[in-house]
Design a protein around this ligand. Sequence first.
Ligand SMILES: NC(=O)c1ccc[n+]([C@@H]2O[C@H](COP(=O)([O-])OP(=O)(O)OC[C@H]3O[C@@H](n4cnc5c(N)ncnc54)[C@H](OP(=O)(O)O)[C@@H]3O)[C@@H](O)[C@H]2O)c1
Length: 288
Amino acid sequence: MSARWKALWAAGIAAGLLALFWRDTFNPETISGTRVLLTGASAGIGEQMAYHYSRFGAEIVLTARREAVLQKVMERCLQLGAKKVFYIPADMSSPAEPERVMQFAVQKMGGLDYLVLNHIGVTPFQMWDGDVEHTRWLLQVNFLSYVALATAALPVLMESKGSVVVVSSISGKIATPFATSYSATKFALDGFFSSLRHELAMQKKDVSITLCVLGLIDTETALEKTRGLVYMDALPATEAALAILRGGATRAREAFYPWWLEPLCYMRGWFPSHWDWVIQSSYNYTSA
Ligand SMILES: NC(=O)c1ccc[n+]([C@@H]2O[C@H](COP(=O)([O-])OP(=O)(O)OC[C@H]3O[C@@H](n4cnc5c(N)ncnc54)[C@H](OP(=O)(O)O)[C@@H]3O)[C@@H](O)[C@H]2O)c1
């Protein structure tokens, strides 16, 4: 065989493997009739996820703090085709709320197929200012409430062979400036839920855990915070929301949006100090 044919064969095999690896196994029909508890559902990516789940015919319990906004999201979900929609206002900085929210969801829907953990507490985008109390509070909202919600949901998810979908960030894989406390809460999610995924597999419990790693997304809060501080383009929240939903539905271990964050995470280990320079150059220090 000539060198040219060998190269063609190798390229063909590589293309075939890539196609197999990247093939889309998502079937929107599998979402129809499923029971979803969605946190942080009043705005941003959570609101967009609520609309996607509705278009695919799910039953949804929405939660966030602002009741009036949840009411509006619920109405839109019903217009879009959700089978049933309920909402429950809750502040996840209160340790009692996860259990109350879970009980409400199970009572209203008679079970649960997807627990989608998406909410985050309000946090400044700035240099570390030494506010340890804020970090403690943010850990409660962004991390401990996720742990408590997942713990309360696990018995029901084991019955339904359901899924936990955890919305994280590239800042939970690669530390970035101006996000010390936020980044810490997102790394904590990876540690906890990746360990839990092992334990569920070892016990042969058929509950999937999907960690979703997102880049900069064009939600109002993210754009407001990062304006003038970050040299990066924000991507559409509706596409990020669909990528999360798709990751959960296909029971992926991890879902990346945009897709190139995955190779970036692998490459981070190579020449770490050069990457540090690239990261620091993507942020505007003088305005901070
Ligand atoms: N946008 C980005 O660039 C980006 C990038 C990477 C990862 N992510 C991740 O994507 C997820 C959604 O981000 P987003 O940009 O869509 O956020 P967002 O627009 O700020 O929405 C946050 C949601 O959380 C709720 N919330 C805030 N404080 C809460 C509390 N104490 N208790 C309960 N709910 C609370 C908010 O509703 P109420 O105000 O009504 O409570 C809202 O529904 C987060 O996990 C975030 O880390 C976002």
